[in-house]
Write a protein that binds this ligand. Sequence first.
Ligand code: DC
Length: 229
Amino acid sequence: MIEEAIVARFRIITIDGPAGAGKSSVARRLAAALGYEFLDTGAMYRAVTWRVLEKGIDPESGDEVAAVARATRLDWTADGELRVDGQTAPPAIRGDAVSGAPSAVSANPGVRDAMVAKQRAVAESRDLVAEGRDTGSVVFPDADVRFYLDAAPAERARRRAAQMRANSEAADEAAILAQIERRDLADSTRPNSPLCRTEGMDYVDTTGLAEPEVVELLRRKVHEAISPA
Ligand code: DC
């Protein structure tokens, strides 16, 4: 009898969706609930943007920026910490300079190719919840479950403002809403890997749901998909 090859297969759950839909913290908590690791792809684009700015390179200068993306080593530690060229990612990756700049960097096809390759490499050795705008559509189209997490723009602006206030930062909700709408438009109309819902994604509208409810809903859906009754 020919024995069937046992191929180690790691699980991949993806969460796509627009800015401020709560993808990141839902993905982190879902990963913890499932015992999977969390892959924050936005942090990788932010780290590259930070490196580009730190080197004084113009974010619009395509080839130079793509070269930085290829050359920057991005590793995730076992406890989910991003390391950039061997160092803990600096808080500046979440700062204003990086937040104001990333669209030029993340729209760069060379940057995207480099990030997608790094993200797929991570998935070769562990179960993952991967979060980002293209994780289900481009990076892992064969993932076990692909969610598209959405919420009304005004609710997304409210959540982001509440988050900033909780961190003792001043928050102008109208300005945040305008920024979210600009980012949605830029991210959904760019030629390379636009934000989109693709066939087979599980669309979840989180408007009016508290975060623990969203996490529990997704956890149940994953269990149903992976171990059907
Ligand atoms: O989700 P975030 O705000 O941390 O993302 C930072 C930037 O990277 C933002 O411009 C969107 C972009 N991004 C992307 O283009 N593709 C991803 N998979 C994740 C983030």
